[in-house]
Write a new protein. Structure first.
Length: 97
């Protein structure tokens, strides 16, 4: 086994595991018993998007997608914070409290 074949096998294995996790997160979004479970699954989807971008960077050997991964991570974090705030308050408007 050469280093190149090990590299390719690692990329394929990582992509397969990320795909399996995407399927599990999708099932949790559809079947989740409540809102917080769905929010956690959406956060996991954003993390898996960053992971998939990282795999693409490794597979392509280029760092062009690193900025995209950072942007997706930032949006995922802000979305999770917004949903957590919404769940904690129970409404969007703070004046209703």
């Amino acid at each position: 086994m050469t280093a190149e074949s090990v590299h390719q096998a690692s990329v394929v294995l990582a992509a397969t595991l990320v795909l399996a996790a995407l399927i599990c997160a999708g099932m949790r979004i559809v079947r989740g018993p409540g809102g917080p479970d769905r929010v956690v699954a959406l956060d996991m989807l954003s993390l898996l998007g960053v992971s998939a971008t990282g795999i693409a960077v490794v597979a392509a050997g280029s760092t062009a997608f690193i900025d995209i991964a950072l942007g997706v991570a930032l949006v995922g974090f802000l979305t999770t914070v917004a949903f957590a705030s919404f769940i904690e308050r129970g409404s969007i408007n703070e004046e209703e409290r």
